[in-house]
Write a protein that binds this ligand. Structure first.
Ligand code: ADE
Ligand code: ZN
Length: 330
């Protein structure tokens, strides 16, 4: 079954590329760029990845990405991840990145765009991996700053498949970014947002009502609200769930207590994703196998989850049809 899961064509819709930075590459880039790290060894870095909540993770996540300076760094970061993803049977990746977390360190917006774009093209030719790019705004910074980044990104709009919203959720409701998302909509950019990870179910409603998103990242808090469950079921709103992330950030205590089975029982359009694989115990395959071990799901259930992701991915219809055919033969 584990081999079958590896070979299942998997689509990753919720992946922070900065969260794919493994300690080995972090050390290599720190050396290359003369950046001091708070860890003496790779093992010490991994040992520090013991999180109490989302904020305690974000602190190390923003610190870790401080080694990324040049276009080549972003290229290397993405290629390192794409190689692992391809080896795990991932066939399409929607990578999100956080421009503000780089611009605030003096890295120009053009740098991640150039490095990631080159890696995305290389991944397509090397592994046949299709990709999409999501430019995310940091919700714990001001809406004015997000708006400014959106305007500065004008030369890259053709490269952006969607805008997103991430970082510290509690106290930073979706409505804070109403004007930014309205502008993105006017520009014709699709919108997604993290909601209901640590925040309440009401933030999911708000992301739908105010930001007009086409996907909710996480969304596990929806089970707190019957009316919201009915709404999400009726609209088949995609929820990009990240089980290992939820356990590592103490959103749920253990895998076996994870709300995924309940969400599926409610008829919700759920997908499985890895969020920040370098920090949370692995990529897509580890998330799939963790579900196998916790829930003993059969092949049909995993095929449904994989099919859900194919249904709602930002990809050309020809690619969608090809992936559906591949999945059908599994
Ligand atoms: N940025 C990177 N990972 C995140 C997560 N799990 N939640 C919110 N923001 C993030
Ligand atoms: Zn996320």
């Amino acid at each position: 079954m584990k081999t079958w899961l590896r070979d299942l064509p998997k689509v990753e819709l919720h992946l922070h590329i900065e969260g794919s930075l493994e300690p080995e590459l972090m050390f290599a880039l720190a050396e290359r760029n003369g950046v001091a790290l708070p860890y003496a060894t790779v093992e010490e870095a991994r040992a520090a990845y013991d999180f109490a909540d989302l904020q305690s993770f974000l602190n190390l996540y923003y610190q870790g990405m401080g080694v990324l300076h040049t276009e080549q760094d972003f290229f290397d970061l993405a290629m390192d991840y794409f190689a692992r993803a391809a080896a795990e049977g991932v066939v399409h990746v929607e990578l999100s990145f956080d421009p503000q977390a780089h611009m605030s360190r003096g890295v120009a917006l053009s740098v991640p765009f150039a490095g990631l774009e080159r890696a995305m093209r290389e991944a397509e030719s090397r592994w046949g991996l299709s990709t999409a790019l999501i430019m995310s705004f940091l919700r714990d910074r001001s809406a004015d700053e997000a708006m400014d980044v959106l305007e500065q990104a004008a030369p890259y709009y053709a490269q952006i498949d969607a805008v997103g919203l991430d970082s510290a959720e509690l106290g930073n409701p979706p409505s804070k970014f109403a004007a930014v998302f309205e502008r993105a909509k006017a520009l014709g950019l699709p919108r997604v947002a993290h909601a209901g990870e640590e925040g309440p179910a009401a933030y999911i409603d708000e992301a739908l009502d105010v930001l007009d998103v086409c996907r909710i990242d996480h969304g596990v808090a929806c089970l707190q609200d019957e009316a919201l469950i009915a709404r999400l079921r009726a609209s088949q709103m995609p929820l990009t769930v990240c089980p290992l992330s939820n356990v590592r950030l103490k959103v749920t205590k253990t895998m076996s207590e994870h709300p995924l089975p309940a969400m599926l029982d409610q008829g919700l359009k759920v997908t499985l994703n890895s969020d920040d694989p370098a920090y949370f115990g692995g990529g897509m395959l580890n998330n799939f196998t963790a579900c196998l071990e916790a829930f003993d799901w059969d092949r049909e259930r995993f095929k449904t989850l994989a099919a859900n992701a194919i249904d709602v991915a930002f990809m050309p219809e020809t690619r969608r049809d090809a992936l559906r055919q591949r999945l059908a033969s599994c």
